[in-house]
Design a protein around this ligand. Structure first.
Ligand SMILES: Nc1ncnc2c1ncn2[C@@H]1O[C@H](COP(=O)(O)OP(=O)(O)OP(=O)(O)O)[C@@H](O)[C@H]1O
Ligand SMILES: [Mg+2]
Length: 496
């Protein structure tokens, strides 16, 4: 009983019953008035004809014979007419009806004079001497004798005969049919209204159950995903319920997205903690071992040995520092808390600086650097610090995985709205099975060599995330024992 539909149905029932009854009463009243007005207009001249036939009062004396004769004649023409002769004050002087049926001696003169004056609004009702509770339409005319007003002839229209007849046909076939039709219309209107309300409230109750499911789901992503159909594209025919449904759909989607992000961030945080503790343990344990050796065997160690142990320890601290920095950066990149500071800068100049950093190391390994093309047209729109990091990681990898006498080439390839960057080497290459996974975090290939010991597999993951932030994607192609080639684009203009 608490539903909107039941409340609307009750309201509709009340409205339909009220309007039906009001219509019934108004119809009754207006039919009565209509009939009486027609009767009065039709019979308006009856009193005039009757007074014109005979002299009914002479010097105040009533001609009763003439009166009863005329009354009978009038009743033959219209059986509901009752004729009275009144004096100037409205007192009944004569009639042709059974004397015991008359309840009053006087007839009110006001309506009578109004009718005679001719400007009355019909139906105009006056006294009915045979029924003092009811007023009746009438016809009236002054009775004159030698230009002197003697009284009035008063004809009640629709007298007792009419009342008897009306009572006898109450509940007749015609009346029953019209009452039945009215009832049928009222009932039909009620059911049509119910149907319309049902159709309208059904959408509302569907939405209510969706909202309830959503709140009961306790942010269960699968249940929330099932509510996907809530969000539809708005159309001009949408009413408030559709708009509400769409607004709820958008809200649910937003909550779902934020909840997903929250879950993902939480997962990354847990993973980070696990990985960090695992990754830090190895260099820490190694450092611990060397420091212990230094402490315990301090006296028995030669200066050379001591220096060697200290150098190893320092190498591990550097490694730890780099690892912590990489982990921190990657987690910030993954949680989208790094916002690139975009600016125009020359990629060729940046590349020059980065290669200089590695010049010495390259010379030591007898590896040559080659720069190719696009020196002048290399302005890009990007975050200079982050792109420097990308280039450093790619070139460091190239140096790490290219044997002596090899070659590293870096090329710029300016195009209409971007500059293509290629970092290629003649190193060991990457097997096809590993190619698509090298950008995953912690993915590194066990080369079984010494230089593998400081691999964590974070470098390319960071590169890929940074380029993601710039709306770019890095690709790799490689042939084992021939070389590897990394390529990506950087935009020259601010994205529209
Ligand atoms: N230029 C390259 N030539 C051959 N193999 C490469 C090259 N660059 C990357 N790889 C392979 O891809 C793997 C992932 O590289 P990534 O830079 O992510 O990690 P990493 O270099 O091993 O460690 P770090 O986190 O110190 O960079 C490497 O372990 C290596 O096997
Ligand atoms: Mg690397």
């Amino acid at each position: 009983m608490n539903t909107l539909f039941s409340k609307l149905s009750l309201a509709l029932l009340a409205i339909v019953v009220l309007t039906g009854s009001a219509f019934f009463v108004v119809e009754r009243y207006s039919t009565q008035n209509y009939y009486e007005e027609i009767t009065q207009r039709l019979n308006a001249s009856i009193a005039m004809y009757v007074t014109g036939e005979r002299q009914l009062i002479e010097d105040g004396v009533v001609n009763s014979d003439a009166l009863s004769l005329l009354a009978q004649q009038a009743m033959i023409i219209n059986p509901t007419v009752e004729i009275y002769l009144l004096d100037k004050q409205g007192k009944i002087l004569g009639h042709a009806l059974p004397p015991e049926s008359i309840q009053t001696d006087y007839v009110s003169l006001n309506p009578l004079l109004e009718l005679i004056a001719g400007d009355a609004q019909m139906p105009l009702r006056g006294t009915d001497p045979r029924n003092s509770e009811r007023e009746k339409v009438f016809s009236a005319h002054p009775v004159m004798y030698q230009d002197q007003l003697q009284g009035y002839l008063y004809a009640v229209l629709g007298g007792k005969k009419y009342d008897e007849l009306a009572d006898s046909i109450r509940g007749s076939y015609v009346q029953q049919v019209s009452l039945g039709a009215l009832l049928a219309i009222v009932v039909a209107a009620f059911f049509v209204g119910l149907l319309v309300f049902r159709l309208m409230t059904r959408r509302l109750s569907r939405l209510t159950s969706d909202v309830r499911r959503f709140t009961d789901a306790d942010f269960d992503l699968e249940v929330i995903a099932a509510l996907d159909n809530l969000e539809t594209t708005p159309t001009v025919t949408d009413d408030e319920i559709s708009q509400l449904r769409q607004a709820f759909g958008r809200m649910a989607n937003k909550i779902r997205e934020q909840f997903k992000n929250l879950k993902e961030t939480d997962r990354l945080r847990r993973e980070l903690v696990t990985n960090v503790s695992h990754d830090l343990r190895t260099p820490l344990a190694s450092m611990h071992g060397y420091v212990d050796t230094l402490l315990i065997k301090n006296d028995s160690l030669s200066a050379e040995e001591r220096l060697h142990y200290l150098q190893i320890t320092r190498k591990h601290t550097r490694r730890l520092e780099q690892l912590i920095g990489d982990l921190f950066d990657l987690s910030r990149l993954e949680s989208h808390s790094i916002h690139p500071q975009l600016e125009h800068f020359s990629l060729a100049e940046l590349l020059q600086d980065v290669t200089q950093e590695f010049e010495l190391e390259a010379q030591e390994k007898k590896i040559s650097f080659k720069m190719q093309g696009g020196q002048s047209e290399s302005m890009v729109y990007a975050d200079i610090g982050l792109i420097q990091r990308v280039l450093e990681n790619l070139i460091r990898n190239a140096l790490k995985y290219t044997p002596a006498e090899g070659e590293i080439s870096v090329g710029l390839n300016p195009q209409a709205d971007c500059v293509g960057v290629v970092v290629a080497d003649t190193g060991c290459g990457i097997a096809e099975v590993d190619l698509e996974r090298v950008f995953d975090r912690y993915y590194y290939i066990d080369q079984g060599e010494d230089n593998n010991s400081d691999s964590t597999g974070l470098g390319l993951a960071i590169v890929s995330k940074i380029l993601d932030l710039h709306g770019s994607r890095i690709t790799v192609s490689s042939v084992v024992n021939e070389g590897t080639r990394f390529e990506f684009d950087l935009p020259t203009q601010e994205a529209a």
